[in-house]
Design a protein around this ligand. Structure first.
Ligand code: GLN
Length: 532
């Protein structure tokens, strides 16, 4: 029988519900339990693909090419699994299916209503996450905050599932227990109110997860237990941490795994120590390195979540803490403007703002041997920079930004089969990439063939491949089937690599992505050479 663990959030947003859910998954995995995840987003958009990163942060791309919520990134990173399009749905998708079924006459003349039809569709999707019974537990995170109008159909689905499946459904509620400095006290009232709202919806949480600045004294746990109707041992503190990967270990220390297992009644094995060992390793790291990240949304770090995490992982592997310096590309002109950074990363993106600045920064990195890693748009900018400043094609550009440029080095490409990958259709998800032996990419991956995830429309224009190669650029990764460029590098530079894909989605804290690991290593070497 599948166990369903629902995680809801109260009081306010940004409490780290996604990371808490991922951490719960990890502590279950550590006890030998097979888990999968589902993120429910109560907004009407069908997926986050069309949402501005200002609204929603990064769009996380799964191997099967779904554009999903960034919490799926946390789940994959914490549990080391690969998720697919069935692991995230939105209100938009639910209504889309219900309306389609109505048009097909599936409801046989009935009035289609939120109760029962929309709720039935939600429950069907939740259960569908474990269609083949491969998992013992499904962790379901409900986006938004309890009390929001749009989350009500989902809380109703939880209520109905709990009624039918009883002990096989567990409800964890994450709340804030704020510390009020002037009073010198931790306050339980917001949590009480949030649980009261849940009660009004017919729900009673089994476990209360309390996000707090300071450890909860026994008296506060007792009070929360009494007023929120949750057993005292199920009132669990989630104290702020300096590194998110410490959370599963901290949860275990305060007994969350024991409470969870007692309640869902799954037989567990002894605790696997691998994760705790990684945390011990992180605790011993004191050296620091600064990497420059040139982005459009520098004020909104969530837009680059997976990139930031992948850099951290590369750091863990190289025993160094990675600090990020957010660079507004417009203000960089020469090496002195980059003096405190040891490596430069230009991530993916859409839209023209900041492009000229990015090209300028890449020029500085290329000319001064500063390690450079370009991801997707970052690679495309590196191509444009090279065309303009090395090949002297002054009007080289991407047709995304200048349709009538003289040298469209980045363009929408007619593939071998003469099919245009036309607007609207992004190349998304995992694609094979063949690596050139005797290239830096091959030395980094140590494999002939890799799969990496994509999300873009434009490609390197193969008409220019010869002139680039003749002047020293190496095309070290290709998607052979359609003859598309995937990786570029400059062999005479200490580390200058651009990739058309997004390696950041596959990086894990305990298994850093090889490109990020190699990039941090090169940045450390650069730091040493600068100090000499
Ligand atoms: N805007 C570029 C394209 O569509 C790059 C996209 C990206 O960086 N994800 O090809």
């Amino acid at each position: 029988m599948t166990k369903y663990v629902f995680v809801t959030g109260g009081v306010l947003s940004s409490l780290g519900k996604g990371i808490a859910t991922a951490s719960i998954g990890r502590i279950l995995k550590n006890r030998g339990i097979k888990v999968t995840f589902l993120k429910i987003d109560p907004y009407i958009n069908v997926d986050p693909g069309t949402l501005s990163p200002y609204q929603h942060g990064e769009v996380y791309v799964t191997e099967d090419g779904a554009e999903t919520d960034l919490d799926l990134g946390h789940y994959e990173r914490f549990v080391g699994i690969k998720l697919t399009r069935i692991n995230n749905f939105t209100t938009g998708q639910i209504y889309y299916s219900v309306i389609q079924r109505e048009r097909m006459g599936d409801y046989r003349g009935k009035t289609v209503q939120v109760v029962p039809h929309v709720i039935e569709e939600i429950i069907l999707r939740i259960k569908g996450t474990n269609r083949n019974n491969r998992y013992q537990a499904v962790l379901v995170e409900l986006g938004g905050t309890i009390g929001d109008i749009e989350s009500q159909p989902f809380t109703e689905a939880i209520r109905q599932m709990k009624l039918k499946l009883k002990k096989n459904v567990l409800h964890i509620h994450l709340v804030l227990v704020p510390y009020i400095k002037t009073a010198g006290e931790l306050k339980t009232k917001p949590a009480q109110h949030s649980v009261k709202t849940l009660n009004e919806l017919g729900l009673q949480p089994d476990i209360l997860l309390c996000r707090t600045e300071k450890p909860l004294p026994d008296s506060i746990r007792e009070k929360l237990s009494l007023f929120c109707n949750v057993e005292k041992e199920a009132v669990i503190q989630a104290v702020d941490v300096d590194n998110i990967y410490k959370i599963p270990t901290n949860f275990k220390k305060v007994g969350l795994d024991k409470v969870l297992l007692d309640k869902i009644q799954i037989k567990a094995s002894k605790n696997d120590q691998q994760w705790d060992k990684m945390v011990e390793k992180i605790n011993k790291i004191h050296n620091r390195i600064t990497i420059g990240l040139v982005g459009k949304y520098v004020e909104l770090h969530d837009a680059y979540k997976s990139v930031i995490e992948a850099l951290t992982h590369g750091g863990i592997e190289n025993n160094v803490l990675v600090q990020i310096k957010w660079i507004q590309s417009e203000f960089i002109h020469d090496k002195t403007d980059l003096k405190d950074i040891c490596g430069l990363l230009v991530p993916g993106g859409f839209g023209e703002r900041g492009i000229e600045g990015k090209i300028q920064v890449i020029k500085v990195a290329r000319e001064h041997g500063i390690p450079f890693l370009g991801l997707c748009l970052g690679m495309q900018c590196a191509i444009i920079e090279y065309a303009r400043h090395v090949l002297h094609k002054h009007d080289a550009h991407s047709t995304e930004f200048k349709t009538d440029c003289h040298d469209p080095v980045i363009d929408i490409i007619e593939t071998k089969k003469n099919i245009k990958q036309i607007g609207g259709t992004l190349r998304k998800g995992g694609y094979l990439c063949h690596l050139k032996r005797d290239s830096k990419a091959y030395r980094i991956y140590k494999q002939d063939e890799i799969t990496e995830r994509h999300r873009h429309r434009y490609e390197f224009n193969n008409q220019y491949r010869k002139i680039f190669s003749d002047s020293g650029m190496v095309f070290s990764g290709l998607y052979k089937e359609k003859d598309l460029v995937e990786i570029i590098e400059l062999p005479r530079h200490p580390f200058f690599i651009g990739v058309q894909f997004h390696p950041e989605f596959q990086s894990r804290p305990d298994r850093a992505h090889p490109l990020f690991s190699a990039f941090i290593k090169a940045s450390l070497d650069f730091k040493k050479s600068e100090e000499e």
